[in-house]
Design a protein around this ligand. Structure first.
Ligand code: GLN
Length: 231
């Protein structure tokens, strides 16, 4: 290319397993809403990137230590995070929900968690929510790096419940992860694409411009519908 920017290959970090936003298919390729949105936006805007699936807390740590340019990982746009990162326009609405084993008939509310241990994923909005209510309801927390490990721990009865994003838990239950939801969703934040504050501004602008274009031309909805059945 002729210009400076043209040869740039952005490094974009993501979670390892956070279906339906990012996960590996039977061939081991990364697929999901985040993966396809990013591909469609990059194509629309003509930028190149390398996908870097690290896990959620590792992706955020890589961003902070300048080892990646951006994060797309079903990452919630929270006020606290906005102090450190710049986010794109929101691209998907989320919220936090409690899930328990499908065979559990004892837990129907947060009150039933008293004296029990609850699973959360390091650095997530679900963990922050659980931390905010654990003293009130008298439960302990145990931390996992990956969502599937957390679900497995709840399914086997090691932990009484977990807190996870509603769209992710809803998808997981529909795929037979052995869990169920018995409480309403807590209000949560929408997902956004993140860069460090004041850095990679051109990438963030391209993401927003591409997102607007794929919303307008139907590609955005096509990607969502491929992974999430219309209600
Ligand atoms: N949406 C949640 C958050 O941003 C969880 C993200 C994830 O686990 N990939 O904290």
């Amino acid at each position: 290319g002729s210009g400076d920017g043209e040869d740039k290959v952005y490094n974009i970090a993501t979670d390892t397993t956070f279906a339906p936003f990012e996960f590996q298919n039977a061939e081991g390729d990364y697929v999901g809403i985040d993966i396809e949105l990013l591909a469609a936006i990059a194509e629309d805007q003509g930028f190149e990137y390398e996908l870097n699936p690290l896990g959620f807390s590792a992706a955020v740590a890589a961003l902070e230590s300048n080892q990646t340019d951006a994060v797309i990982a079903g990452m919630s746009i929270t006020d606290e995070r906005k102090e450190k990162y710049d986010f794109s326009e929101p691209y998907y609405d989320s919220g936090v929900v409690m899930a328990i084993s499908a065979s559990n008939t004892e837990v129907t509310s947060y009150e039933d968690l008293e004296g029990k241990t609850v699973a959360v994923k390091v650095g997530t909005e679900g963990a922050t929510f659980a931390e905010s209510i654990k003293d009130q309801y008298g439960f302990e927390l145990t931390y996992f790096e990956e969502s599937p490990l957390m679900y497995e721990d709840v399914k086997t009865g090691n932990t009484a419940a977990c807190f996870e994003d509603y769209p992710v838990m809803g998808y997981g239950i529909s795929q037979g992860n052995g869990l169920k939801m018995v409480t309403d969703m807590e209000k949560g934040s929408s997902y956004g694409f993140a860069v460090m504050k004041g850095e990679n501004t051109e990438l963030l602008e391209m993401f927003d411009a591409g997102l607007a274009n794929i919303r307008a031309n139907g590609k955005y909805q096509e990607i969502i519908d491929k992974y999430i059945a219309a209600e």
